[in-house]
Structures are given as C-alpha cells and as structure tokens.
Design a protein around this ligand. Structure first.
Ligand code: ADP
Ligand code: MG
Ligand code: MG
Length: 256
C-alpha cells in the first residue's frame, strides 16, 4: 500500500494585480485503492491543487508539504513526480501538433518506467486499451489532442493513465463536457485501470453524476482554497440537493 499525504499546503500565482493566494492550507491523505471525490464551487482552487501537486511551474508553493510514501514531492521536477507514481488527467488537455499519440505515449511510458516496452508488447497493449475506450485505432497516428473533441481529449487522458500505471491519479473534471455514453466508457476505463493497478484516485468534479459510475469511498468539499467538510458517499447526494452556496462567501451565489 502507498500513501499520498498533503499537509498544510499553501500556494498561489503571480498576477498583473500582484500575488494571488489560492490554496490556503490543504490537508488530505490518500491510500492506494481509495477513491476520494473532491467537489466544490467553480474558482475555489481545485485545478490549482491538481497543478500544484503535478508541479506546474506557474503555481508557487508558500508552505506545507506533499509526501508520497514519505518522499518530498514538492522538491521534485514534474517528470520526477510522474516517475514517483503521480499522474494528472488535466481539465483542459493541451494539443501537441506534430507529435503522434503513439510516439508521445511510448515516450511517456519509457520515461516513467525507466525502459522502453518491447515493440510487440507495446502495440498490443495500446490497441487493447484503445479498444476498451472505444477509440478508433486511427487516433494512434494523429497528433496529440490536435482537433480532438472534448470527449476525445478526455479519453486520451484516460488512455495515458492506463498505460502509465500510476500509484495515484488526479482526475480534474474528466467528466465535464462528456455525454452519457462517453461518461460511461471513460468511467469503465478508470474502474478497470483501478482494478488492475490498485491506484488511489483524487476525483475532482463539479457534478455528482460521475460518482454513479466511479464510486467514492470519501467525499470532500473544497471551497475558498481548502477543504471545509468530509464525509462518505452520502455527502455527494446532499450536495446535489443543496448546492455549494452555503460554502461560498457571503453575498456570492453559484446559481446566480
Ligand atoms: P477551480 O478549478 O476550482 O474552478 P482554479 O484552481 O481554476 O479553480 O482557480 C482558482 C482561482 O485562482 C480562480 O479565481 C482563478 O481565476 C485563479 N487562478 C488560477 N490559476 C490562475 C493563474 N494562472 N493566473 C491567475 N489566476 C489564476
Ligand atoms: Mg473551474
Ligand atoms: Mg478547475
């Protein structure tokens, strides 16, 4: 079993108007095999948490620590964090023109695992996982995410996760913009990868519907840069009913 521990994490960005504090003391512990749903209003800092964990240079850490099996992730470069077993499925995946999916994925797997998979094994695994996600085999030859629809980009993120076999995976609104069929296929892909690899999941979402497919062990409410509440799956149902307004600053309304 592996453990990801976030303690008192504070981070922000430099903007034209000056320094903006976004993460204001984040505490969370995840073990492999667990699914933690992280729900909260827009703009509360969920993506910032994901990017900060992955090591995006834009987000500067002001305090706290992040430990993967006791190893200090914050001291590592993004690729070292990936090697340590952390994966981020991005809310807005980036397009990489001129680099084919197959080359990109094989390079990523080689980087993370430390050696290249044999070509035969690679071709077979890629084709199996693409089939699982109902992706046309032609996608392997296309440039990474270039001209992909929203749903295709999310499938490509899950494909990458299946091939990289992380210890912990952060899924940042992987459900947003997916229709019901795509949501089910993507969720099945995640559940299958989780069954095989027993990773821990940080499932960031704004909506409860993905939780009907990927069942959380814990549900956390994230608002204004930190966790404000934790519970079991029943908390997601409560949020569905009551919304996030009660967690927003006075006078602000999500539904408005
Ligand atoms: P969420 O994912 O919960 O919607 P984000 O982490 O995307 O929230 O954003 C949290 C807050 O930080 C928002 O007010 C957003 O505008 C601001 N923010 C995030 N990234 C940047 C950035 N690179 N530059 C300036 N402001 C940012
Ligand atoms: Mg948002
Ligand atoms: Mg976000």
């Amino acid at each position: 079993q592996h453990t990801l521990e976030i303690r008192g994490l504070r981070a922000g960005v430099q903007t034209k108007e000056g320094r903006k504090e976004i993460l204001k003391g984040v505490d969370l512990t995840i073990h492999t095999g667990e699914v933690h749903a992280i729900m909260g209003p827009n703009g509360s800092g969920k993506s910032t948490l994901a990017y900060t964990l992955a090591g995006h240079p834009k987000y500067e850490v002001d305090g706290g620590e992040v430990l993967l099996d006791g190893q200090d992730l914050l001291k590592m470069k993004p690729y070292e964090r990936a090697r340590a077993g952390l994966f981020l499925a991005m809310q807005y995946p980036v397009e990489v023109p001129g680099v084919s999916m197959t080359n990109f994925l094989r390079t990523a797997v080689t980087e993370v695992q430390g050696s290249a998979p044999s070509l035969r094994q690679w071709v077979e695994e890629l084709s199996t996982e693409m089939k699982r996600l109902r992706m046309d085999p032609k996608f392997a030859q296309r440039s990474v995410n270039e001209g992909f629809s929203g749903g295709e980009k999310k499938r490509a993120e899950v494909l990458q996760m299946e091939l990289l076999k992380p210890k912990f995976t952060i899924m940042d609104e992987t459900d947003s913009g997916l229709d019901v069929d795509a949501l089910r296929i993507v969720s099945e892909g995640v559940n299958h990868a989780k069954d095989v690899n027993h990773f821990g999941v940080m499932l960031i979402t704004h909506y409860t519907r993905i939780l009907r497919y990927i069942h959380p062990d814990f549900v956390h409410v994230f608002a204004d840069g930190h966790f404000v509440r934790a519970g079991g799956p029943e908390l997601a149902d409560e949020l569905e009913e009551s919304g996030y307004d009660q967690y927003l600053p006075e006078g602000v309304s999500e539904s408005a």
